[in-house]
Every structure is written in structure tokens, then in C-alpha cells.
Design a protein around this ligand. Structure first.
Ligand SMILES: *Cc1c(COP(=O)(O)O)cnc(C)c1O
Length: 401
């Protein structure tokens, strides 16, 4: 079985492009040209140069000795937290801004949840001298003040969104509405492997630099270019797609995605879309959606603003349905514990999103010689207030050492 996208934009029964008529020509042009543009030698050169000199790639593959000892496996961390702007999001925004320029677009819009994609989009717009509007839910604006200030300092405009529960889904709705009004001059930089085809595939390709580097780095360190396990958190699915990409069809590699369970998948406060969702259409794509019996979207909840999305990339919905992907869910508490643990024993403060991936280590049993690569999708700076409110957990942990 091939787990990549089909020509028509499907992953099994998931994917496609369910868009309003007014966007048809735009999305169709993107679909017709994206593979050609990103395959061009001049594009590849410019993309690679910016990833290296501007974003700071390759990101290190760090052998975490104390974490390995604790969980009884050979655990490597793929350090996307060390990229410029603090997460994997920059890989995708560099790719998309180069594409937008080649398509003659003069204005950029983006949505953001935790603000990491907003910062990454505003950053490349400053770099390329393009005007940028970032849609952000009012709830997220309140809880991610640092990133809002950064986006503004970078010269982009933050437009607050007050519909729904004022988070990522609602910001995405507004960005799509803007795009419908400005289809000719505007490129919409979607921040994850979601949205109508070709976005999920395009974003996965830009993020696939992660698994491309893992292959080379593992070869140097372990003498083989594949791990036994890959672990990544999933919101919309882009850091996971990048981590898995070159291993999708390599069945020696077990892939694990970790969703945000929020207060638990058996509560009404969760964002575990693959566990709880049913097939439906959201933001232009057929995928799993958290919805009521009559198709109303259920507002997602997670302590992490980057993971509380009621949909999931169509690639991940398909990988899970086809049993290629194991899907776990970590609660707020499990993620917090994992974040404090990594900080205490490795000196790395991870993003709350990444902490969900770390929480999976305690849920699995490994053999001592298993090679595990876990992607740290971002750094914890933006989450310091949340962490500070839970320092008690960290104090209790050191008492029990
Ligand atoms: C945005 C974000 C995520 C979630 O998005 P994906 O597309 O699922 O990767 C995870 N971690 C960090 C640090 C983020 O900024």
C-alpha cells in the first residue's frame, strides 16, 4: 500500500478539496502548479539555503541519555525547538512564501492558535517584504500574549476572532472568509497538514525535511537510517507528517501519533479527534471531525492551544484507519508531568504540544535496543505562564526522586 496522496488529492477516503465556488480557480491553480514550482532547481536552492542559514537547519538529533535510561530504550530527540522562531512551523512558512512569490501573490493571510504559526508567517513576511494579516481567536490572544506581541513587532496585523469558542477553528474560518474576498492577490499560508488539497500534501512535503534529516543523522549515529519507533504530537498533523514522511511506506518503522486528551477522552473536554471524531468535512477536507450526532462541531479543549483543533489532517485519518499509525492520547496532566520530567532530567523545556509526545514514553514498553526518535516540535517559552501555575507538580516530582 502507498500512503502518499493520490493525484486527485485523496488519502484513502479522506482528503479532497471541498471549497466554495469562489475559491475554485485559486485552489485549482495551486494544485496544478505546486509540484512543478517546488520541484524547480531554483526553488529548491532558495528553500534549502533559507532552511540552513535562516532557520538554522539541520536541527540536531540529540541522544537523550537520561531519558533513555528511564524508559529503557535508545531515545533520540529531534530538536525542532531549536529552529528560528521556536518550532517546526518555520519550515512550512519558508516554503509557502517562496511559492506565493513565484505565483505572483502580493498579500499573505494566516490563521494561528498558539501563535507559533502566526509568528512564523509574520517572520517570513518581514523577510520578503509582504503585508500579512494573522487571524487569531480572542481566547488565544488572551492566553498567548507573548506571540501576539511578536507578530505585531514583526509588522503583521493581528485580527481578533470572536466567533465559536474563539480559538483555532474560528480563526481558520475567518481566514478562509478573507481569502474568498481576495482570491486574486492573496495567498493563504495554512499552518498545518489540513485544508483542501493540495495543502495537506504541500505542507507535508515542506515539513519532510525533518525525516530527511533523521535518516542521515541516524545513519551517522546508529549505522542504520531508520528507527524502530517515531513519536510525534498531532494537532493538525504537520510536525508528525514531517517526522513520518520518508518512512510512510517503510513497515520496519512503527509510527505513533499522540493527541491531546484534554481532561480525558471520556470527558466532554478533549481534543482527541482521531479517537472521538467521525467522518465529516472541515475547512475544505474530508476527514475525522469531532461532531455531534447532527453534525455540529464539538468545541475542542486542551491545555495546549496548538492542539485544540476539532479536525485532523486527512493523511493521519487515513494512516490511523489503515492501522499504519498507532494513535495515543495524553491528558493535560500527563503532558505537564512529561514536560517537567524532560526539563528536570535533560534540561530542555518543551512546548506543551511536544510534551504530549513525551507523555507517550510512559505508555509504551520498549526493548533496550529499540531506537526511538521523538520530535520536540517546539520550545516552551510561550507556555511559561501555564508551567508556572503548575510548579507544584515539579516540586512533588523532585521529592519522589
Ligand atoms: C502548531 C504546533 C503543533 C501542532 O501542529 P501540528 O501541525 O500538528 O504539528 C505542535 N507543536 C508545536 C510546538 C506547535 O507550534
Amino acid at each position: 500500500m502507498d500512503f502518499h496522496v493520490t493525484d486527485k488529492g485523496y488519502y484513502g477516503t479522506f482528503g479532497g478539496a471541498y471549497i466554495p465556488e469562489i475559491l475554485y480557480a485559486n485552489v485549482e491553480r495551486l494544485r496544478e502548479t505546486y509540484l512543478h514550482i517546488i520541484g524547480e532547481e531554483s526553488f529548491r536552492k532558495e528553500f534549502r539555503a533559507l532552511l540552513r542559514d535562516y532557520a538554522g537547519r539541520p536541527s540536531p538529533l540529540y541522544f537523550a541519555a537520561r531519558l533513555s535510561q528511564k524508559y529503557g530504550a535508545r531515545i533520540y530527540l529531534k530538536r525542532e525547538d531549536l529552529n528560528h522562531t521556536g518550532s517546526h512551523k518555520i519550515n512550512n512558512t519558508i516554503g509557502q512564501i517562496l511559492l506565493a512569490r513565484r505565483m505572483g501573490k502580493t498579500r499573505i493571510i494566516a490563521e494561528t492558535g498558539a501563535g507559533q504559526h502566526g509568528v512564523a508567517a509574520a517572520t517570513v513576511c518581514a523577510l520578503m517584504n509582504m503585508p500579512c494579516v494573522v487571524y487569531m481567536g480572542a481566547t488565544d490572544i488572551a492566553r498567548q500574549a507573548l506571540n501576539v506581541r511578536k507578530i505585531e513587532m514583526l509588522g503583521a496585523e493581528v485580527r481578533p476572532v470572536s466567533s465559536g469558542n474563539k480559538t483555532l477553528k474560528d480563526a481558520t474560518n475567518e481566514a478562509i472568509r478573507d481569502w474568498c474576498c481576495n482570491p486574486a492577490d492573496t495567498h493563504y499560508i495554512i499552518g498545518s497538514t489540513v485544508g483542501p488539497h493540495p495543502y495537506p500534501d504541500m505542507v507535508a512535503r515542506f515539513q519532510s525535511i525533518i525525516s530527511e534529516e533523521i535518516r542521515v543523522q541516524l545513519m551517522e549515529r546508529e549505522g542504520r537510517d531508520y528507527p524502530d519507533y517515531l513519536i510525534a504530537c498531532v494537532g493538525g498533523g504537520s510536525n508528525a507528517a514531517g517526522t513520518f514522511y520518508h518512512y510512510l511506506n517503510d513497515l520496519r518503522v512503527q509510527m505513533i501519533a499522540v493527541e491531546a486528551a484534554g481532561r480525558g477522552i471520556d470527558t466532554t473536554e478533549s481534543a482527541a479527534t482521531i479517537h472521538l471524531g467521525r467522518e465529516g468535512i472541515i475547512h475544505g477536507s474530508r476527514t475525522l471531525v469531532m461532531q455531534t450526532k447532527d453534525g455540529q462541531i464539538i468545541e475542542p479543549y486542551s491545555i495546549s492551544a496548538g492542539l485544540d483543533y476539532p479536525g485532523i489532517g486527512p493523511m493521519h485519518a487515513w494512516l490511523a484507519a489503515a492501522k499504519r499509525l498507532e494513535v495515543l492520547a495524553a491528558t493535560d496532566d500527563e503532558a505537564l508531568h512529561a514536560a517537567f520530567e524532560l526539563t528536570a532530567i535533560e534540561g530542555i523545556i518543551p512546548a506543551l504540544e511536544s510534551a504530549h509526545a513525551l507523555a507517550a514514553l510512559a505508555m509504551k514498553t520498549f526493548r533496550p535496543d529499540d531506537v526511538v526518535v521523538l520530535t520536540i516540535s517546539g520550545r516552551g517559552d510561550k507556555d511559561m505562564e501555564t508551567y508556572a501555575a503548575h510548579f507544584r507538580i515539579s516540586r512533588d516530582m523532585s521529592k519522589n526522586k
